[in-house]
Design a protein around this ligand. Structure first.
Ligand SMILES: [Zn+2]
Length: 132
């Protein structure tokens, strides 16, 4: 099968989503609900996916239940409050500043990032296996 830019990006987003949910222990960032069913938990963006520069940035993405992510449109008030208390106002400002930077992702970038997140999934699995 030929890899297109679209299919490469789709694969990357799926890999990121798997990684984020695993990293966050399938726990909703904004309401605390836990569910390992991938259909009930999403990878929710702090700054929405239309901000291309941080669309694939793990710092901008957390596990969210479908209710918070879809019905509450990200439950952003709580998302921002929690994010700032965990990472600080500076980190929030930093993402805010770079979110609209110009980006030009190629297929190679998507593949490279997919492999980066696949490695992180392996690391997470092995850490969790060893009880870290
Ligand atoms: Zn939730």
């Amino acid at each position: 099968m030929k890899i297109t830019k679209k299919s490469a990006e789709k694969r990357l987003l799926k890999t990121i989503s798997d990684y984020i949910r695993l990293r966050d222990n399938y726990t909703c960032y904004t309401c605390g609900k836990i569910d390992s069913n991938p259909r009930k938990m999403n990878a929710g963006h702090l700054f929405s996916r239309r901000h291309k520069a941080i669309k694939y940035d793990e710092r901008n993405i957390h596990c969210q239940c479908v209710y918070c992510n879809k019905y509450l449109a990200g439950n952003l008030h709580e998302y921002i409050r929690r994010f700032k208390s965990e990472f600080g106002d500076e980190e929030y400002e930093r993402l805010y500043k770079i979110k609209d930077d110009k980006t030009d992702c190629t297929i190679d970038d998507f593949i490279r990032l997919t492999n980066y997140y696949k490695d992180k999934i392996d690391q997470q699995r092995s850490n969790k296996h060893h009880g870290k």
